[in-house]
Every structure is written in C-alpha cells, then in structure tokens.
Design a protein around this ligand. Structure first.
Ligand SMILES: *Cc1c(COP(=O)(O)O)cnc(C)c1O
Length: 392
C-alpha cells in the first residue's frame, strides 16, 4: 500500500525533534552534529535566537497580504541585497527552482523586449542542478532528472562545466543566455575556476547574451563571500538565490541588474506567496547576521582550517577518501568507497552529511560553527575512516 506521504524520497529512518545551533536531536534524544544543514539551508544553525525573535515578532503582526500591496520587508531586504551585490533589483519567490524559473523567464523576455524574440535558448552545463520544475530539469542536462517527464522543455543546449571553448561553440543566433553554477553542488562540489567565469562574462558580452549564475546552494555566505562569484571578480546579469537565505524558512530570490530586470513589468511575472512578510522578516534577519562586520571573514578562516584538517584525514585514509574539494564551507569529500557507505557510517557516529554526485559526500555545516565543532567533526570522520579502512 502506498504511504500517505508520497514516496518521492529515500529517507533515512530518523525523525529529528529539536535543533540547537549546529546540533540535531532525534526522538530518542540522541545528539548529532549537523554538517548537512538541511542541504545548505540552516545557514545560522538551528533556532538562532535572532531569527527566532524576528519570526515571533512578525508572526504577531501580519503574515500575508499578497503582492497586491507594498510589503515593507521586501523593500528592506531587496535594498540590502542590492547594496551588497551586483544587482539593482530583486524578485522574491519561495524556492530555488522558482528563483531559476524567474531567471530563465527574464532572459527570454529581455531579448523579446529588445527586438530579438528568436533568442530564447540557454547554454547550460551537463551535470548541473537547477531544481525540479519542468524548465529547471530541462536546464540541468541530467538524464536521470528528465527520464519519464518528456518531452523536455525546449531551449537548452548543454556543454561541459568548465569548458569555455565548448560554450562558445554552442552559441547560435538563437542563444539568449549562459547559465552556470559558480560551484556545482549536487554535481559533486566542483568550483568553477575564476578564469572560466571571467571567460563566460567576456563571451556573454561579446555575443550580447545574459549571464545567469545559479547560486541557490553556493550563495549567501556559503563560500565565505556573500556570493560565490565574487571570488572571481565577475558579475552576472541575473542570479538565483534561495537555500541559505531563509536560514530554514522557505524563500527564494532572483537578483538582476537593471538591464535584465527591466524586462519584467507589472503583470509579467508573479507569485502569491513570494516575499511574504514572514519570509522577509526571517531572511532579513539572516542577512543582518551574515553582513555583520567580520562574519564572512570568520567563515573564511574557519573553512580554511577545516579544509586543512580534512585533507590530513584524507591523506591518512587513501582507501576511503581520494580528495577534498569545494569552496569555503561548501566542501566535498570524494570517496573511494561508495559515498553512501561513508555518509551512513558518519551518521552512525553522530555526524550528519549529505551525498552528492560523482561519489562525493557533502560537508555543509552551518556558517556559525567554531573550532570545537570542527574538532568534533574531524574526530568523527577520522574514526569512521579508520573503521571503513579496517573493513576493507
Ligand atoms: C537546491 C538547488 C536548486 C533548487 O532549489 P529548490 O529550493 O529545491 O527548488 C536549484 N539550484 C541549485 C544549485 C540547488 O542546489
């Protein structure tokens, strides 16, 4: 018999009841160090007092009005994002896939508005991930996401991630935009090189295309900058953000420069729930914390030390781990054993992680971790690798 909850996930048989900072507690009171952060969502840890307070306060005032009216929380949060990024304007939605939908619609509309309605195709990367809507599964170029859901949404051409020559060769008179994750997450925690991102920017300018960055996973402080592309010193025209933005509250955002954003006018795009006052209060307080003086520098410092420690463990256990990759606190352990085996062993020993493609275990701790959490995680990894080496 089919379960009441539709069986679309392969869930671990545990239900967490409480979260506190970097820790989760299950029904039996067992404690886990949460270095999965709900897939890079719990950016400030569980139940951070500042965001709990922001939610409580907003919950007693007003929850929802629809976008038929001004929402002051949107205006405030959008201004903060604009002040701290390439963007001139922001559209709020509820998820990463929706932020991507807005990005893709904007790219098509931009060319339509500027007299090139034939330009609608997007050059995207194989092995990428952009969400689970019809358009975003077509954008991702992964057979396993599309299988059974055809015909795929028209208009995506796929090239290898990191390959500028292939990208240039795929551009035609019908190309509207180039889409890339500055750090591929689901694909296996692979950072794009600064040269590649700069090359994409130059290429987009040369052919009159819009450059779209999907920073749903790598954005909002995850790599030690507010947005991962800042490391390369290039700016996109459009950017999708979500996961870490709400610190656990569902919210997404499509950021754009004036050129691209001008394509959308009243009536051209919308969302009933998008930018709702509760989401805006929470995301606003998440951003307040992340943008505080020294916060991102602290993320960079802790990430650097952590990575060094992970590399030492990897070297000591070459039969289990082959490589440490990623950027900032978006780290990946490339495994020699099946990634699910390592992840399950870590879980058994009290460390929560998330698997990714390319046989990688993702390490995505809350951005608020300190040395003691790093110490604890490295200890569990070390012990788990030792157990798995012995078994081999
Ligand atoms: C998770 C993710 C998405 C989709 O976000 P949802 O909120 O699940 O719709 C899109 N792009 C990237 C890079 C992601 O990691």
């Amino acid at each position: 018999m089919i379960p009441a909850v539709m069986p679309t996930y392969a869930r671990v048989d545990v239900a967490f009841e409480k979260g506190e900072g970097a820790y989760l507690f299950d029904q039996d009171g067992r404690r886990y160090l949460d270095f999965g952060a709900g897939i890079a969502v719990i950016s400030l840890g569980h139940c951070h007092p500042r965001i709990v307070e922001a939610l409580r306060e907003q919950a007693g005032k007003i929850w929802h009005t629809s976008n038929l009216y001004r929402i002051l929380g949107q205006e405030r949060l959008a201004q903060r994002l604009v002040d701290h990024s390439f963007a001139d304007s922001v559209f709020f939605c509820n998820s990463g896939a929706e932020a991507m939908e807005c990005s893709l619609k904007m790219a098509r509309k931009y060319h339509d508005e500027t007299g090139n309605p034939d330009r609608y195709r997007v050059v995207a990367c194989t092995n990428s991930f952009h969400g689970r809507t019809m358009a975003t599964i077509a954008a991702a170029g992964q057979e396993k996401l599309l299988k059974g859901f055809g015909p795929a949404v028209e208009g995506f051409d796929h090239v290898a991630f990191g390959n500028l020559n292939e990208t240039r060769a795929a551009i035609t008179d019908e190309t509207a935009a180039i889409l890339v994750e500055p750090v591929q997450g689901e694909g296996g925690m692979l950072p794009a090189s600064a040269d590649y991102l700069r090359g994409l920017r130059q290429t987009a300018d040369e052919f009159g295309l819009l450059l779209i960055f999907d920073e749903v996973q790598c954005g909002i402080g995850r790599t030690g900058k507010l947005f991962a592309h800042e490391w390369a010193g290039v700016e996109p025209d459009i950017l999708a953000a979500a996961k870490g933005l709400g610190g656990g509250f569902p919210v997404g955002a499509c950021l754009a420069n004036e050129k691209a954003a001008s394509a959308l006018v009243a009536g051209s795009h919308g969302s009933t729930f998008g930018g709702n006052p509760l989401a805006m209060a929470v995301a606003g307080s998440v951003l307040d914390v992340i943008l505080e003086d020294g916060f991102l520098e602290r993320v960079q410092a802790i990430a650097k030390g952590f990575r060094g420690r992970l590399e030492t463990v990897a070297k000591a256990h070459p039969t289990v781990l082959t490589e440490v990759r990623g950027k900032g606190l978006m780290l990946g352990l490339k495994c020699e054993v099946p990634n699910t085996t390592l992840s399950a062993k870590l879980f058994e020993n009290g460390l929560v992680t998330v698997v990714a493609g390319d046989n990688v275990v993702r390490i995505l701790p809350p951005l608020i971790i300190d040395e003691s959490h790093v110490e604890e995680a490295v200890g569990i990894l070390e012990a788990s690798c030792a157990e798995l080496s012995k078994g081999a």
